[in-house]
Ligand binder design. Structure first.
Ligand code: CO
Length: 494
């Protein structure tokens, strides 16, 4: 028997048209526009820049992308200083963006199913990847890096957001080499702060290249450590986690059948599917600077489920603990579905789980940390890789079930106590960024910055919350409509 979705959803606390209204093209590039607070006051102590990345171009020549993850990367920067804010946004001038701007239509296929006009015949055997630079943006030395996990980063000017071009990071990368969109920032487990990241080359076997770069001072961007590790099987690795001694990967139990992609029927990411009966694996790679340097990686069975993002990881005696957002299954979008008409009730929700990996016995125990649908969690950046008491994340308005993300939650990981700020019914949140108050010793002292899609205004707001109790400090009504985005980061003013 099929249960009608409406029978499961009591009264949705949102209008799907409000949520879907964020899917649009961004038609302007603003160049340092002052933005005042519509409500509240911008904290004077907040000094630095919030960078966000996400798809800003979703349609060309009347054709929509099949999935918003196929949209071209657009960087938004909000610079704060002395209680004032300035807004700038700019598309990353990738080769694909320039070619398609000129052509006025899609010239490339998208990994998430967007096809060139002309059907399978036009798309078959075209396996070129369009590096769309749309997933994350981080500062490394004097470069701003727009990241997309299947290829090299694009370097941008951190002030003007002008695209400098593809960066091989001073010869560290080979042309076309995969470079993760999820670097982790080691706050100084072994002295100087580092950016730890990876690239993965997959197939019947998968090779992870683990790289560590100096991330502060005049040496920022210098490669400090570099190693490669090969594992059996196909790997879909979007994110990872670090501790002082380990880089922690979770290989989801998915298989990849490239044939429909090669034949022009599906996007590459649509060829992923859960592998029934297979077990995911934790791959723990010793960090070169840690206590297990030179040892072989550890491979340990992982619990069932699918993970895009980890919250954090740390060590406790012989245990490595990793907290991640688990889905019951791989939440794919098939070739015949319209992403704007998604039925949230038919998709699995993300739930925060804590996995304790006992390295001595190889066993794993799992604890669910919350029943509320969540994504995009982070801890205080000073606690990255260490035990953290608090986490901030985007959550659904309802306590259970799958819905769009409409609220921000602060979770006390030791007591389960939670505080929630909500943008419902007409607001839809993106990834919250926790910014520690300079010089503060309390883990939850600081601010949470979040770009919110305001369905009533059909534009984006920037909301500033107090990180400790989530009370609203300021709302900036931006003169910009930013489609639902992916990741971003905070760079403190020099
Ligand atoms: Co991500």
């Amino acid at each position: 028997m099929t249960v009608a979705p409406s029978a499961r959803a009591a009264t949705p606390g949102y209008d799907r048209a409000d949520w879907a209204s964020a899917f649009r093209n961004v038609g302007v590039e603003l160049d340092g526009v002052p933005v005042a607070a519509a409500r509240g006051e911008i904290p004077a102590e907040l000094r630095g820049t919030l960078y966000r990345n996400g798809p800003g171009r979703l349609e060309r020549g009347g054709q929509w992308v099949h999935h918003p993850f196929d949209g071209d990367g657009m960087i938004t920067a909000l610079r704060f200083d002395g209680g004032r804010a300035e807004l700038r946004n700019r598309f990353v001038r990738t080769e694909g963006w320039l070619a398609e701007e000129q052509a006025g239509r899609f010239v490339y296929r998208g990994v998430f199913g967007t096809q060139k006009p002309g059907g399978p015949v036009a798309n078959a055997f075209d396996v070129r990847l369009k590096n769309i630079a749309n997933t994350h943006v981080v500062r490394l030395g004097d470069q701003l890096l727009a990241l997309w996990e299947a290829a090299e980063p694009h370097a941008l000017d951190p002030d003007t957001l002008e695209t400098r071009g593809i960066s091989l990071l001073g010869g560290v990368l080979n042309p076309g080499e995969a470079f993760s969109a999820h670097p982790r920032f080691d706050p100084g487990h072994h002295g100087e702060p580092r950016m730890v990241t990876f690239g993965v080359k997959t197939g019947p076997r998968s090779t992870i290249r683990l790289m560590e770069f100096a991330s502060e001072g005049p040496e920022a961007g210098t490669l400090l450590s570099n190693s490669s590790h090969t594992f059996p099987g196909f790997a879909f690795l979007h994110d990872f986690a670090i501790t002082p001694n380990w880089a922690v990967f979770l290989q989801n139990a998915v298989s990849f059948n490239p044939l429909p992609f090669v034949l022009g029927q599906k996007g590459a990411a649509q060829c992923l599917k859960s592998k029934p009966g297979a077990t995911g694996k934790f791959w723990l790679i010793p960090r070169d600077c840690g206590a297990h340097a030179g040892e072989a990686p550890r491979v340990i069975d992982a619990p069932d489920g699918f993970v895009f993002h980890h919250l954090n990881a740390w060590e406790e005696g012989e245990d490595v603990v990793v907290e991640s957002v688990y889905y019951a299954d791989f939440p794919g979008i098939g070739p015949d579905q319209d992403f704007r008409a998604i039925d949230f009730n038919l998709l699995p929700e993300g739930l925060l789980e804590q996995c304790r990996i006992d390295l001595a016995s190889g066993s794993v125990s799992t604890t669910r940390m919350s029943e509320r649908c969540c994504e995009f969690g982070m801890v205080n950046p000073g606690c990255e890789g260490l035990p953290a008491r608090y986490a901030w994340m985007a959550v659904a308005e309802r306590d259970t079930g799958n819905d769009p993300l409409q609220a921000i939650k602060k979770l006390d990981l030791s007591t389960g106590e939670r505080k929630v700020w909500s943008a419902a019914p007409r607001g839809f949140v993106s990834e919250p960024v926790m910014v520690p108050r300079p010089g503060a010793t309390e883990e939850d002292s600081g601010w949470v910055l979040c770009v919110v899609w305001n369905g009533a205004r059909c534009a984006s707001d920037l909301v500033i919350l107090d990180a400790a109790d989530l009370h609203e400090l300021a709302v900036l009504e931006l003169p910009l409509a930013i489609p639902h985005g992916l990741h971003g980061s905070w760079v403190e003013a020099a």
